[in-house]
Ligand binder design. Structure first.
Ligand code: ADP
Ligand code: MG
Length: 311
């Protein structure tokens, strides 16, 4: 079974349950309106030893950072400001107090950087691997929340940064090279928090998500949710590694968004001034349901798809 088949199955199974006015499964976060035109957003991501990281390849500080970063990224990906987290740890006996303190320093420093509170969690012993589970909570004006389901044919598809560096780093790590510049990108992703919140304020940004599994997989989530297709120009993918790696490796935690064409230039110019970094257009949303990959305008095929957990 694959992760996404399983999630579809869960959605089917829970149809008798009430929604209680909340938006649930299917986006980067669940949305709970709290009145006065505001909402709280909730997301949860686990990091499991040997599935998501090798303990010998990462410092506890970096792991603390990354456990939080991947969760904050999901909040910002919907245009919300992260405000609090809950942290649960399942700790193997051989882990030292020093190790855990360093983990917490990494977690704390990124929390501090973005003004995020740690408000609870759970701690247990583990008889096997280390497991880390984080819940992140954010807040946004309902009007600023960006969903996967609201892309429109004609939109320009853009990303906030270079892709594939994290995937290249993972390849380095799996070769035993733990400290290359790419490996550092993999172990210490910087989520686009201020960027996500800023983009949330722009009406012309129609849909947004973060890139955790690679554009080849993540863009499909937007297309499926919005009932549209896309054309992506491979020569426009911002990357310093192979285009295949850039599109399929994932864990870059850049934002993937679609913007009304006639407002793209203005938003990109403002974004450049504000963040000293460009928005990279990579293609456009079209009617249909598939991704057409183009290489210098000519139709081409991509050999792999993005990352999916299988079990
Ligand atoms: P992301 O990559 O943005 O973290 P995921 O691909 O992990 O999102 O999850 C997709 C959607 O499925 C999310 O809305 C998430 O909350 C939901 N989801 C994933 N696993 C489960 C589960 N076991 N039970 C309920 N919802 C789940
Ligand atoms: Mg996400």
């Amino acid at each position: 079974m694959t992760e996404f088949g399983f999630i579809d199955e869960i959605k089917r199974l829970i149809t008798p349950l009430p929604t209680n006015g909340y938006e649930g499964i299917g986006d980067d976060c669940a949305v709970m309106p709290i009145g006065d035109g505001e909402a709280l957003l909730y997301t949860q991501d686990m990091l499991i030893e040997r599935v998501h990281f090798l303990r010998e390849a990462t410092s506890p500080y970096d792991l603390g950072h990354k456990s939080l970063a991947v969760n904050l990224s999901d909040v910002a990906a919907m245009g919300a400001r992260p405000t609090a987290t809950l942290l649960s740890l399942s700790i193997p006996a051989e882990l030292s107090g020093e190790w855990i303190e360093e983990f917490m320093r990494g977690y704390r420093d990124l929390s501090l950087l973005h003004g995020v509170a740690l408000i609870g969690g759970d701690t247990t012993a583990s008889l096997g691997d280390l497991a880390i589970n984080v819940t992140a909570i954010g807040r946004a004006a309902c009007d600023n929340i960006k969903r996967r389901s609201t892309a429109l044919a004609g939109d320009i598809i853009a990303t906030t940064g270079y892709l594939g560096g994290s995937g290249e780093g993972l390849a380095d790590i799996l070769r035993g090279e733990y400290n290359t510049p790419y490996a550092t990108l993999h172990k210490r992703p910087m989520p686009r928090i201020d960027e996500g919140v800023w983009l949330g304020e722009k009406e012309a940004v129609h849909s947004m998500m973060d890139i955790s599994d690679g554009v080849a997989s993540d863009l499909r989530h937007i297309l499926r949710a919005s009932n549209v297709g896309a054309e992506v120009e491979l020569s426009q993918i911002p990357t310093s590694v192979s285009v295949e790696r850039a599109l399929t490796a994932g864990e870059d935690y850049e934002l993937l968004l679609t913007i009304a064409t006639d407002e793209f230039d203005e938003i990109a110019a403002e974004y450049l001034t504000r963040f000293n970094a460009p928005l990279y257009p990579i293609g456009k949303v079209v009617a249909g349901e598939n991704i057409v990959w183009l290489k210098d305008g000519a139709h081409t095929e991509l050999q792999q798809s993005g990352f999916t957990h299988k079990f």
